[in-house]
Design a protein around this ligand. Structure first.
Ligand code: FES
Length: 94
């Protein structure tokens, strides 16, 4: 019995080039069941500048389907925007 999600045929994350949900991808927890996207894939898309859920899904070469994961994607974007860059935190502290 296969473990993990069933890969979407031909679907690859544009951020990390891993087949979505396939064995050997970047790993992580599946956040978007409809598109078999992991938290790592979504975080990578946000780290590369996606600032709207639509941009995050587009970076992973898909669209939101049911929308259940959108709150989590919004949380990732919010965390990325609110989190100061490492250099800024060091400068502010010292
Ligand atoms: S769980 Fe992400 S669109 Fe349905």
């Amino acid at each position: 019995m296969p473990s993990g999600p069933t890969p979407m045929p031909g679907r690859r994350c544009r951020s990390c080039s891993a087949p979505a949900g396939a064995e050997g991808d970047v790993g992580g927890m599946i956040v978007c069941l409809c598109n078999a996207l992991t938290d790592r894939q979504l975080e990578q898309a946000v780290a590369q500048g996606a600032r709207r859920p639509r941009e995050v899904y587009a970076a992973c070469d898909c669209k939101a389907q049911c929308g259940t994961c959108t709150r989590m994607v919004l949380g990732m974007i919010r965390d990325a925007v609110l989190q100061p860059a490492a250099g800024e935190a060091t400068m502010a502290a010292g």
